[in-house]
Design a protein around this ligand. Structure first.
Ligand SMILES: NC(=O)c1ccc[n+]([C@@H]2O[C@H](COP(=O)([O-])OP(=O)(O)OC[C@H]3O[C@@H](n4cnc5c(N)ncnc54)[C@H](O)[C@@H]3O)[C@@H](O)[C@H]2O)c1
Length: 424
């Protein structure tokens, strides 16, 4: 068994999850970082993190060694996999990055090494898919030649209080010895403690239900928001009242994008179907949340004349991050454009090149040049938009225009008629 003083950890996938984890581990152990995207590696070598999760100062002073070739990880004895686990166009888990990472690791795996997966999956993927993939690429046998572990990542990008170091880490190993080593590694580097799950499948299941539970809860609030629109009741007022009960679960209506909450329930649903269970609640939640953009567009379109000019504030998948992946605002923009509206989009955090590459969207340079719209849609609750005062907002719209506030960030303002204020 590997001893702590001999540890050489390789991290595969240096994105939102892998980079902060690698940096945290590198404060205590020898850590090597590998990413299959050479552009990502180049920026990290230049102490730049385009995900904005890590400062240049931290990168400059880190002890992590970035590898351009996986062959240079030959001497590593613990491999941690943090590659993407997206879905395909039919909402089926796409495990291609995970399998590619396994093949890469297999090419450098030695007897006694440990491979830990942090990517979100459904129960069984680590042992039934990754294990065999590692076996065939390494020629070693899983459980005797090399060993598996799973430790789900629970970070919340953009959130400076729930970081990799401050959230309890769930770990599970294929054997007692592996579990103990993982407990030791994560327990040394992260301050919030370690929870040992009884086996790998349990740890995989814990992660995937955390996000599916969130999705279903948001779907419930989105559904009641749709119901209350028909009843002419303000959902924000209903939630403020309901929240006064001690056990009311506090969720807000809104678009559900990104590549975790809107994706992971499909992993659980796929796993459920494989196990012979049709997951009604999980998939119903997905259907509701996926329908929010078109619900919002229909509501706003009913308040506007054809060809109206609309300013959309925010494009990232959630507030205070630069992450544009699976942004439901992009879908909202497409639907508005299809209805014949002229749409401008602004986002102070999104990278212009990425907005163009991902969605063909040219972001507006500056808010000041964009005034006098028929409608302003507050789509993302970035700090910059929360800080807009009502007079500035009023200058952006015509005096009989619409202010649509998807996140309820301007609900305290008193907009004078004939301005029409709409919120979810
Ligand atoms: N971002 C989050 O908030 C979050 C939170 C918890 C869990 N997760 C899970 O963690 C995993 C990683 O997510 P992320 O947000 O860090 O993704 P990401 O896209 O930010 O980063 C993944 C990195 O892996 C690299 N990569 C892809 N294939 C590779 C391969 N075969 N070998 C080496 N590198 C490869 C990519 O170039 C990219 O830099 C996913 O399973 C995700 O569901 C993400």
């Amino acid at each position: 068994m590997i001893v702590i003083s001999d540890l050489r950890i390789a991290i595969l996938g240096l994105g939102y999850v892998g980079l902060p984890l690698g940096l945290a581990l590198s404060r205590h152990f020898r850590v090597f970082g590998y990413d299959s995207n050479p552009i990502r590696l180049r920026e990290l070598r230049q102490n730049v993190d385009s995900t904005s999760e890590t400062s240049s100062y931290t990168l400059e002073h880190s002890k992590i060694t970035f590898l351009e070739d996986i062959k240079d990880a030959q001497d590593c004895n613990v491999f941690i996999v943090t590659v993407p686990t997206p879905i395909d166009s039919n909402n089926i888990p796409d495990l291609s990055a995970l399998c590619a990472a396994c093949r890469d690791i297999g090419s450098v795996l030695s007897s006694g090494d440990i491979v830990v997966f942090e990517s979100t999956v459904y129960p069984g993927v680590t042992e039934n898919i990754c294990g065999p993939e590692l076996e065939s690429s390494s020629g070693l046998q899983c459980g005797s030649g090399f060993f598996l572990g799973y430790s789900p990542e629970r970070i919340n990008p953009g959130d400076r209080s729930h970081t990799v170091e401050t959230v309890c880490k769930v770990v599970a190993g294929q054997t007692k010895g592996v579990t103990e080593l993982l407990e030791r590694i994560y327990g040394t580097a992260l301050s919030a403690g370690v929870h040992v799950a009884p086996n790998i499948r349990t740890a995989e299941a814990a992660k995937v239900i955390e996000n599916a539970q969130r999705d279903v809860n948001i779907a419930f609030i989105n559904e009641v928001a749709m119901i209350f629109k028909n009843m002419d009741i303000d959902t924000g007022d209903v939630l403020a009242a309901a929240r006064t009960k001690w056990n009311f679960l506090d969720f807000e209506p809104g678009l559900v994008g990104g590549h975790c909450i809107g994706v992971d329930p499909y992993y659980l649903a796929f796993g459920a179907q494989q196990a012979g269970h049709e997951p009604d609640v999980i998939l119903a939640g997905r259907r509701i949340n996926d329908a929010v953009a078109s619900f919002v567009v229909d509501q706003i379109a009913n308040m506007l004349r054809p060809s109206s000019r609309i300013l959309v504030l925010g494009l990232t998948f959630k507030e205070n991050v630069s992450d544009l992946r699976n942004s439901k605002v992009a879908e909202l923009v497409t639907l508005l454009t299809q209805k014949g509206f002229q749409v401008s989009i602004h986002d102070p955090r999104a990278a212009r090149l990425q907005a163009k590459a991902f969605y063909g969207i040219d972001l507006a340079e500056d808010l000041d040049e964009s005034y006098s719209f028929d409608a302003v849609i507050g789509a993302v609750g970035h700090k910059e938009y929360r800080a807009l005062d009502s007079s500035k907002l009023l200058r952006m719209v015509k005096n009989d225009g619409v202010i649509a506030d998807l996140k309820g960030i301007w609900r305290a303002y008193d907009f004078p008629p004939p301005i029409r204020y709409w919120r979810l």
